[in-house]
Ligand binder design. Structure first.
Ligand SMILES: *Cc1c(COP(=O)(O)O)cnc(C)c1O
Length: 433
């Protein structure tokens, strides 16, 4: 399969190149030349299949031409070895719990899958070593670092803003060692992102070392996120609740929801999507006005969605051939401020005993507000509430249990390298490697 750039200024590339490069040379995002529809027989029996069986079928449609069947099977079965169950929360509303992986957030799915797929391609190019640069406000760093831990031929550099990630998040990528280096930047998340972008564009650095990204711009990270939409549907079908399915996705860079849009293109019967946002409502503004006006992000309690210029918006536009009408017909948007998010989280907990995290709370509330008669809603619960411990405890006024997996990270010793936010220092460091 060839992958083209959304900017359409360069030739299509192989899957291998798309994964190793991350971003196209014209700064566009890679898209597969075709999106294969899955056969009706797959949907007829989907409720009898496991998450891994579904993931393999969908993964084969994406990657089967470029990765040997046995290798792909191994990647799917070894990386997606945790459940993504749907849990009933309120009338016709289900939570798709995506936090049962090693770092307790949905990014484990794409992070783990990508690490193994990149590893597979690197093994074929004997001796090349690839360096993954990733800027994080918390969750991406932990999922990517844990996904790539110990993968041969790959070194990961996690750039994070000093003092601006929670202690629980920090320990998930600073205590690992081996092929993971944590770089503590004296600046904001935007500064970290700018450092990474400058590095990708620096000719001298790129001649010195192979660099790639593990953010959701990478097809190997974002495409696997479609697997759990199919599995959620399978679980709804088992309950005979699969007629008018609405998927509600707490969104930041829009990688997660774009994976859902791909699933629909492959034939998954999803009626419509809701993109739930915090106050960073650039997409909602676009839906309302047809104008896309990125702006600097505002900080909120759902901080993994504090994005002012969602990178996957380019993919959404491309999928719908730039038609505002077509996009509006399938996706609606909502935006909640911190107060509304807190009320949603607290009310849901008091009324149903189900504890949400601040991101999932946006998704839950969007379904509460927007679900229509006869529809069944599923919101993606993107992280475990304990990952946002201080916020969640403050809102519900009581302690939250910390899962064993998180406690283990907290026992490790922090190792990080401090950097200033100017590119010269970062470049000098990378050149010295
Ligand atoms: C990354 C993240 C999001 C946003 O996902 P996108 O794919 O960037 O839209 C939402 N919630 C949590 C907890 C996250 O970590």
């Amino acid at each position: 399969m060839k992958y083209y750039s959304t900017n359409k200024k360069v030739e299509g590339v192989s899957l291998e190149d798309a994964v190793v490069k991350g971003l196209a040379e014209d700064k566009g995002l890679f898209m597969p030349n075709s999106i294969k529809a899955l056969p009706q027989t797959f949907f007829d029996t989907i409720e009898t299949l496991s998450f891994q069986e579904i993931a393999y079928t969908v993964g084969d449609a994406f990657f089967g031409e470029d990765v040997e069947a046995e290798a792909l099977k191994k990647i799917v079965y070894e990386t997606l070895n945790f459940d993504t169950p749907i849990v009933p929360v309120a009338d016709n509303i289900y939570s798709l719990e995506l936090y049962h992986g090693p770092t307790l957030a949905f990014k484990d799915v794409g992070g783990r899958f990508m690490s193994r797929l990149l590893g597979y391609f690197i093994q074929k190019q004997a001796k090349t070593k690839v360096n993954v640069l990733v800027a994080t406000s918390g969750d991406t760093g932990s999922a990517v670092a844990n996904g790539f831990l110990g993968v041969e031929g790959i070194h990961v550099y996690v750039l994070y803003p000093k003092g601006l990630v929670s202690p629980i998040q920090e320990c998930q990528f600073t205590t690992l060692g081996q092929n993971i280096t944590a770089l503590e930047v004296d600046g904001t998340f935007d500064d970290c992102q700018a450092l990474v972008k400058s590095a990708f564009m620096d000719a001298e650095l790129n001649a010195h070392m192979k660099l790639t990204s593990a953010n959701s711009i990478n097809v190997a990270r974002f495409l696997p996120q479609s697997f759990y939409y199919f599995y959620a549907y399978a679980q709804l079908k088992k309950l005979n609740k699969n007629k008018e399915v609405v998927m509600c996705v707490p969104s930041g860079n829009f990688g997660n929801i774009t994976a859902g849009l791909f699933a629909k293109r492959m034939g998954l019967p999803i009626k419509r999507f809701i993109a739930a946002n915090n106050r960073n409502d650039i997409f909602l503004q676009y839906l309302q006005t047809g104008q896309y006006n990125p702006r600097p992000s505002i900080s909120t309690i759902a901080n993994a969605m504090d994005v002012g210029d969602p990178s996957n918006f380019a993919r959404v536009l491309d999928l719908y051939e730039n038609s505002h009408e077509a996009i509006k017909a399938e996706i609606s948007g909502v935006s909640y401020d911190d107060e509304q998010i807190a009320v949603a989280l607290k009310t849901c907990f008091e009324e149903t005993d189900y504890l949400l995290d601040p991101h999932g709370a946006c998704g839950y509330q969007a379904l509460k507000d927007g679900l229509r008669l006869n529809e069944t809603g599923v919101f993606l619960e993107t992280a475990h509430p304990a990952k946002f411990l201080e916020t969640v405890e403050r809102i519900i006024g009581q302690k939250v249990d910390i899962p064993q997996k998180l406690q283990e990270f907290m026992k490790g010793e922090k190792q990080s390298l401090e950097l200033s936010k100017d590119f010269a220092g970062f470049k000098k460091y990378l050149l010295s490697l």
